[in-house]
Ligand binder design. Sequence first.
Ligand code: URA
Length: 245
Amino acid sequence: MPRRLPPAGGRLLLAAQVLWRSRAHKVTPFVGRGNVATVATPGHKRRDQGRTVRWVTVPGLADVERIALSCTLCPLATGRTTVVFGEGNPHAALMVVGEGPGRDEDLQGRPFVGRSGQLLDRLLLEEVDLERSEVYIANVVKCRPPGNRDPLPDEIAACRPYLDQQVSLIAPRVVLTLGKFATQVLLDTTEGITRLRGKTYPYGPDGTVLVPTFHPAAGLRGGGEVVAAMRADFVRARQALGAPR
Ligand code: URA
């Protein structure tokens, strides 16, 4: 049966509500108009067997991406070449969150493909023993801010549901935030990255751990000391990946 979803804003709200409800009540999502099924699978509780239930499909990562790719919710839409939604393993235990696409990313539609990305890939491999393809990489904003300026509060607010959906749907064990900007947004703080890094933080209701580190661009600028601190943070992420939820 084809998916019939409400318009973009409603869809995100809908998805958020559904995810929240299904997690809170530990039920199989979810009930809605149009789709009717008789529950007869062995996995369902006995009292559900043979009963007719109405259900609809929960939007997945591909649905959220499809919506984001034509997003015009903020002025960054007018200056972009491509929307950089994010990429990687949709079931990743480690999700990496940067600030926003730069020039190379805007042109290619992929996150962290420039020099910063090369450093990121190297540290992931050397300190976490993970290939780029094994993690999921996204940014706080999905469109390039002009001249690589910091995204503005309205732009972050418009884009935030996409990132929240990505975190919800991927449900990573660890979120590694790259740089002051992504860390401050996700931890909802104005504290500087030098004070924030070096520790882990609980993130969200599902036992996810947030590990802040410097942005790779700072590593490229700052040299050995910054990269050494990043290595320590990546090791912290690796340890958090191994810890029970
Ligand atoms: N810097 C970021 O924060 N994100 C990218 O995707 C590239 C550079």
